[in-house]
Design a protein. Sequence first.
Length: 415
Amino acid sequence: MQIISAEVLVSSPGRNFVTLRLTTDDGLVGLGDATLNGRELAVVAYLTEHVVPLLLGRDAHRIEDTWQYLYRGAYWRRGPVTMAAISAVDTALWDLKARAAGLPLYQLLGGRSRVGCLTYGHASGADLPELFDSVRDHLEQGFRAIRIQTGIPGLGSVYGVASSANAAAGADGVTSRYDHEPARRSAAPVEEAWDTRAYLRHMPGVFEAVRNEFGPELPLLHDAHHRLTPIQAAKLGRSLEPFDLFWLEDVTPAENTAVLRRVREHTTTPLAIGEVFNTIWDYRELFEEQLVDYVRSPVTHAGGITPLRRIFDYASVYQIKSGVHGPTDISPVGLAASLHLGIAIPNFGIQEYMRHSAATDEVFRSGVTFVDGMLVPSEEPGLGVEYDDDVASRYEYAAAYLPVNRLLDGSVHDW
Ligand SMILES: [Mg+2]
């Protein structure tokens, strides 16, 4: 099973996706997701210029050796561009191996450990009535766990909150009108305003209102987008304890994980982190000191299925579970890879799920199903995703950026 072709495919069915397609001498095709939201073409260049020439002629069965060759062999290790590129290769090789075996990929990872992967959806609203409508909409769609994001009085648009500007996303009949599409197509990022003290004052009342409206049982999540200092994060975690969150996500900037010690000292609200981490080493201190409860790394940005399986096994030693990042900038290929891994591992926790647009689902024909709030991977051999070149060619790349966040005095802030 020798690799004879490696193609880097870019398509933009509503948002930009980068896909690696490997073809072998026996006619098998494997796909990998290399999408890095807002920096897509950097990964295209990394793959095209430096990885594709090394893949041609290699034995596609040698997944571990290829991973080590691309990671250690490059000398320059880690970083989101490098790891998204390696991830696409690793995922495509697993897809190929499972197709060669005639088995759905999860069977090669130990087989099924559960009937499906429980998901959470994104409810949001500028105010409480809009937020409640969004929660009800998600419950009607079948979601059994819900992330809560709201506008903050006195601030304009807030990241993670759907607005009238993107309400048209519901027009395709698949994406909820309440889903927030994070990247906007423009020559430069949109800038948003932020005031942490206003946010900290507002959030406990939001969760109290949601609990009063929807009862004690519904699992609720919240994402702080890396915006808080350690003591602010501790305060938020403690103030939300009465509302029994499933998790509080990304409370502090990801570069300095040691600060979570301070947060942990003050609150029993479960913590999730890691969607911008790239390697197992980013988690070492967090796992060994048991500073977090859920791992957010997706297959697409952590270097593929091979290293993410290793991260989850390491996490399991400390009773830490998976909670994989899954917004719409993880392509259907990346999502399928996450589900094959999630259905197999012993310490699955929850899977983030924003529905892709109808246009995206036409480019990537995926056998994933959504039943009773759970996603279930395809029973087709491999990942169970097919890429349609004809449909993809209709959607040309267009620059798109995530917003930039500024404090009220104009300073650039974290998110
Ligand atoms: Mg997040």
